[in-house]
Design a protein around this ligand. Structure first.
Ligand code: NAD
Length: 296
């Protein structure tokens, strides 16, 4: 029975993953390169737990117990020394992840399972850098982690069946719904989502319709809670571009080629919510969705 989890990377996803494990009684060590992201993550987790208390989804005691279950560390080797499962949720960069996995493999206990939350990097490639490829697996949580039910569980080429079974039952213990997929570019979530987003951007680029019209068709016509252009802004246009490049390079099929408008927007630093502008503009003072001047 897994009880000790170490999460590497305390950003958007890492703090959410730590939150759900701690809330479900696991001992979590959250690791990052310095103290600042760890403090920010703890503050975010506390705020999000408090929101659950105010919605009467958790009691104040459950919130306090969850916070007590989390410790932090800036030393990776120390932070994983008792781990039974390590979940890597560091920045999406292949070289960085390979370096981290080499280090985790050397420092983690022998039977420890090594998981990655990568959105697009090959699990098989990450596993191949370790001495235990059969113990390496993808656990692709969705953002925001405490809210979203799905975990895409990705089997690398060498992942052992017992490891997959352990991770599937762990997801259920967290109240999540796992879906098992094999390791090919984009897995399932992004293989289907990103071409849809790219097609929406192509429709705008070719002046088939405006930003609001494209999003309205998909929201009201297909019952999507968010239109594809708004969703792209939320995910980050740089992230969308990088995943499309993974699909394009991985399959060698021109149908995945990123739309030139997406490439231009990323080059110009228009990355969506995180930069304040993408297909829409974002400001702390205005919560309304306003189409960017460029597309009016
Ligand atoms: P983020 O930029 O918010 O956080 C990344 C964190 O990793 C930062 O705090 C950074 O300091 C830390 N980090 C970098 N190098 C490190 C190292 N060597 N050791 C320890 N920590 C290190 O990124 P994110 O959005 O949380 O994404 C993390 C992973 O989750 C990525 O692989 C991404 O593709 C994946 N993912 C993201 C989303 C999303 O919507 N943001 C959804 C699903 C999966």
């Amino acid at each position: 029975m897994i009880k000790n989890i170490s999460v590497i990377g305390a950003g958007t996803m890492g703090n959410g993953i730590a939150h759900v494990f701690a809330q479900n009684g696991f001992a979590v060590t959250l690791i990052d390169i310095n103290q600042a992201p760890l403090e920010k993550a703890l503050a975010t987790i506390e705020k999000n737990l408090e929101r659950q208390v105010s919605k009467e989804l958790l009691t104040a005691d459950q919130k306090n117990n969850a916070l007590k279950n989390i410790s932090t560390n800036t030393d990776l080797n120390m932070g994983i020394k008792n781990a039974e499962l390590v979940i890597e949720a560091a920045t999406e960069n292949t070289e960085l992840k390979l370096k981290i996995f080499k280090q985790i493999d050397e420092a983690a206990p022998k039977g420890c399972i090594l998981a990655t939350n990568t959105s697009s990097i090959s699990i098989t490639k990450i596993a191949a850098i370790t001495s235990r490829p059969e113990m390496v697996i993808g656990m692709h949580f969705m953002n925001p982690v405490p809210v979203m039910k799905l975990v895409e569980v990705i089997n690398g080429y060498a992942t052992a069946k017992e490891v997959t079974d352990t991770i599937l039952s762990l997801c259920k213990q967290l109240g999540k719904v796992p879906a098992t997929v094999n390791d090919y570019p984009g897995f399932i979530a992004n293989r289907i989502l990103m071409p849809m987003i790219n097609e929406a951007i192509y429709s705008l680029y070719e002046s088939v319709a405006g930003v609001e019209e494209i999003d309205t068709v998909m929201k009201l016509g297909m019952a999507h809670p968010m239109g594809p252009l708004q969703l792209a802004d939320f995910i980050g246009l740089d992230t969308c571009l990088s995943i499309l490049n993974v699909l394009h390079n991985g399959f060698g099929n021109p149908k995945y080629a990123p739309c030139p408008l997406l490439v231009n927007m990323v080059t110009a630093g228009k990355l969506g919510v995180k930069s304040g502008e993408g297909f829409y503009t974002y400001s702390a003072s205005n919560k309304e969705l306003v189409v960017s001047n460029r597309f009016k």
